[in-house]
Write a protein that binds this ligand. Sequence first.
Ligand SMILES: Nc1ncnc2c1ncn2[C@@H]1O[C@H](COP(=O)(O)OP(=O)(O)O)[C@@H](O)[C@H]1O
Ligand SMILES: [Mg+2]
Length: 474
Amino acid sequence: MIGGRVAKQRPGTRTEPGSDLSAARLAALLKVSSSIASSLDLTVVLQTAIDAAVEVLQLDTGAFYLLDDRSLFLGATTPPLPADMPAELRYAALGDHPHIRDAVETGVVVQVHDAPSAALTAQERMVVEARGLRSVLYVPLMHEDAAVGVLIVGTQTAERRFAEEDIALCWLLSTQIALAVVNARLHESVLRANAEITRINAHLEALVAERTEDLASANEELRSQAEELQCQAAELEETADSLTASNEARARFLRAVNHELRSPLGTIIGASDLLAGGHAGELSADQLRQAEMIGAAARHLLALAESVLDLSRIDAGVLDLAAETIDAVALAAACADAASASAAAKGLVLVRELPDTTLLVTSDPVRLRQILTNLLDNAVKYTASGTITLEVAEARQGTVTFSVRDTGPGIPEREAEAVFQEFYRRPDHRSVAAGAGLGLAIARGLAQALGGGLTVRSVEGGGCTFTLTLPAGR
Ligand SMILES: Nc1ncnc2c1ncn2[C@@H]1O[C@H](COP(=O)(O)OP(=O)(O)O)[C@@H](O)[C@H]1O
Ligand SMILES: [Mg+2]
């Protein structure tokens, strides 16, 4: 392929670079050097260098090809390529150009004396013909033992043997250009890295802005929550204040009912009993009736005072309850016995449905009796005729139930809960019997305080059943 017309040469072995450079050649080298120093644009540098090389060597044509992996790219050429030149003159595969490949792979200068008669590949021949080449010099652009491209110069018609000094000049030029190419590539990668950094910075800035906005809105939310909490705290404080005030008022009221009402009533009852009993002297029938009226009124007031005190204690949760093991059957029987007289007085039949065994509950006997008495009293009070039944039974889930059933007027379903409210009395009952409407409220409050409950089931006109449920004793 190379034959007699092709020679390879490593410069600098015999020729010291620059030693036999003429003034014109030095000027050309300087021109290229200053172009490299003043321009970062590789295209400008390459063009200046190829123009200078061709001119000073008095050649017809020249080109720089840059190597990227195994591909060649045209960097600059003189004379310029006509517009209709084939693309192969701009890009080529290294493998298709053995002369160039030899130069860049071995790092030596390759000469072809007479290209038209040399052994060339089709691609090489195409270039030779397109550019009308005759004698060609291929000089690798070496940088640190690797070629970054190739400088090609040549004649178009006359055959030329390149002198040592021609080759030395080309070599000097090519090493300078190699450095410029490496620098330009470095510069390019720095620019790319800068662009990447700028892009990342912008992205980071956007992220920071986004987070800042998130934080700001989170802060705003926290602030309004804190405000809300402050408001709630202030409200709670107010409520606590008013609760304290109402607790104090309740305590004052309880003391007043206790001392100013209950105690004097006790004295009045005692005194009226003494009078009625004739202990203060013989009374006329009229005087006796009046003494008894005073006693009855005082007892009524005392009962009312007791009720009010009970309600207040239930409300305040300050009931003092015993927890005794009681036989529910025996206690219920005693309550029935106590109610039997008033039932009989109204012609009512009192039925006891009590089991034969004992049924134990752990409870407060006084309060339990109070509840049952209350229910029995109501039954007697509101039932005109018929039967009142007291039933005690062991219910499911460890409970004992006490039921008071009557054949009275019953309670309409919509009022089933109302009867447990304080001071509630059914309108048509107000004329039937005296009362303050506190009995059931107290009874339910006590039942709940004892760990149980009190409910009513009724059909209007068909009597009603009040059921007290208490936990069974152990
Ligand atoms: N066994 C009953 N049958 C019908 N109505 C009743 C019965 N027990 C209570 N009530 C109704 O429930 C109301 C509230 O009862 P209670 O709280 O004991 O108050 P009081 O007996 O003082 O009226 C009574 O006024 C009455 O209207
Ligand atoms: Mg009552």
